[in-house]
Design a protein around this ligand. Sequence first.
Ligand code: NAD
Length: 489
Amino acid sequence: MTDMLTGVRTLQNFIDGAWRDASGAEVLEDRNPATGELLAQVPLSTAADVDAAVAAARRAQAAWRETSPLVRTRAIFALRDALVEHRDELAELVTRDMGKTLPDAAAEVGRGIESVEAACGMPHLLKGETLEGVATGVDVSLIRQPVGVIGAITPFNFPAMIPLWFLPYALACGNAFVLKPSERDPLPSERIVRLVSEIDEIPAGLVALVHGGEAVVNALLDHPGVDAISFVGSAATARHVMSRGAANGKRVQALGGAKNAMVIMPDADPDVMVGGVMGSAFGAAGQRCLAGSIAVLVGTREEQDRARDRLVEAASKLRTGDGMDPATDVCPVVSAQARERLAGEIAAAEADGIRVVLDGRGDPGPGGAFLGPTILDDVPAGHRVLTEELFGPILALVRAPDLAAAVELVNASRYGNASVIFTESGGAAREYRYRVQAGMVGVNVGVAAPIAWFPFSGWKDSIDGDLHANGRDAVEFYTRKKVVTERWA
Ligand code: NAD
């Protein structure tokens, strides 16, 4: 449906193989954060829409689980080809809707495609185990069967990749899939679901898209027809999703927020270190769950200051602007409201006596969402700039005399998503890798995102649940194990 006055369409849900208007009347505006352009109206769907999506998904799943894993995987190969064919278009959509630079968006789409490629190995991954002759004539075998209907709830910061962390694995394992994308940038999800709808092997109803916010999430969490929930978002929402989903007897994986530290040893290669920290702290304007938002400067005061000066010099050269502009290094944050919140955090830190050694609070741009790289020096332990996930291009510097003190500082966090060390010492790297409490670790790599064949997630408050996304964990999450003990005369 297109608004006569604005010319902007209201998005539709995809339910039972057809695009349909949502039943709720309320809509939210989806704007390009760089330009302020209104891209679409996002309907706030209701429990009735979720109910229709789940009922159709259940019907489709009953037949899909009878479909050979080879045929199911063929559908995933077809999805891979469709995504490759449309990768540039998808990347542009990510940039316009979410804001990140075009190369970053292209990398996101590439990562999403890798996840689809990893799921193409499903016939191998689904194979069970057998132990013959456990007693006279008795054999035991383990088989994997699909869980049923999966509800997926995804965040704004990777609007193409994160739905693709879940959809291909869930389908290849024999499940149906109901996606509730972020209401802030749902266009890439809509495009992906359109591509899915064109794949012959995928039956109508098996994949649904329901737009909306909290009400849709809660309807999925409460619906008896939903068997499992894959969630990615902030820690507070992850906790809510886990408790409500688990209370309703569902299997839940809820990947939450992060506060990732980068340890900079005095022997770090300066170019590697500076390049890694710039990409990590300011890439995607710090709106990644793998963003490095704390730099721990290790060494003597002089060595620490030298590292700080290098970082400030490099960050001051980064250009903030529209992600479509090839000259842009730092994209806008997701909305004018997010920019306002972040500027407030910087002002509050300043009022607490923290030195702002690089201040990004310049021109907010036409969409009101530009915020340049900002560096805060000598942030005292326990300050909210160190403990809270700000999710913007704000880097906090802290000091540690040696590696042991740095590890202690890093491990004091309630989060444990990712952590990175820059050093030329194998011994220091090994010690860090061994002691740090994080699910993803980088050594001389700023954004230590595991490739799709490995599980992706953190520890501590960065996850509620135990199975990570991607890799073998995805197969574990989307299947139930059945053990058969047999005796034949
Ligand atoms: P968010 O928690 O605001 O939203 C995530 C999803 O939950 C959205 O679909 C949203 O509609 C829904 N939601 C939000 N509030 C809700 C509520 N009160 N009740 C029910 N549903 C609700 O997260 P976001 O701002 O979209 O995404 C950024 C966050 O995601 C950051 O904290 C980031 O670290 C995290 N993230 C984590 C990972 C990871 O792998 N751990 C990856 C990407 C992003």
